[in-house]
Design a protein around this ligand. Sequence first.
Ligand code: B4P
Length: 192
Amino acid sequence: MINLILFGPPGSGKGTQAKKLVEKYNLLHISTGDLFRYEIGNKTELGLKAQAFMEKGELVPDEVTIGMLNNKVEANPDVEGYIFDGFPRTIPQAESLDKLLKSKGQQVAALIALNVDDDEIVKRLLERGKTSGRADDISEEVIRKRIRVYNETTAVVYNYYDQFGKSQSIEGKGSIEDIFGRISDRIEKLNV
Ligand code: B4P
């Protein structure tokens, strides 16, 4: 089993790279952002709860996010591993993920962080906002708020996995193929 966390600020390319990695390594892609957008699209109770937070660029509360993630993992037991994209975003989420995997005799193999500077993030997300219809990609103010939330609440998750020697950081600027190559190199070197 290879269980990977793709990490980085909003718009750093986690979703873009995860889609390519699942094809190469036959892993299940779990994006909490995509799961929330699916729930919002279907106007479920969970979606309605998440929507208000996402539109403001805030994190959805842990109890909602953790429950949803656990359900998704439990529903897909027969896979060769998971790519967690956009999860964990807080220390309680990281601790709950470790607990869940441990209960299955598994663990996180590595956290791979994509480094991208703030101006590039704003540029990418405003560009995506022109066609995605995502409320959180349209206003520069909301995008900068998301970056602030990342720095204040999420960035520490890197240090959390670093204490177990599992965190790795790569340059997230450049062509999508080059970045994919960099991530693949790191995965090939993992001892799993
Ligand atoms: P997410 O859906 O996770 O999305 P993201 O951070 O915006 O994007 P990502 O890094 O995946 O970027 P992408 O590849 O798409 O989160 C949205 C919201 O959901 C959060 O703000 C939060 O409210 C909520 N949420 C999600 N998970 C949560 C959790 N665990 N806890 C609490 N709340 C949670 O790339 C972005 C753009 O850049 C794309 O347009 C892409 O084409 C472009 N791009 C990618 N790579 C590029 C490259 N190399 N060069 C140029 N452009 C590139």
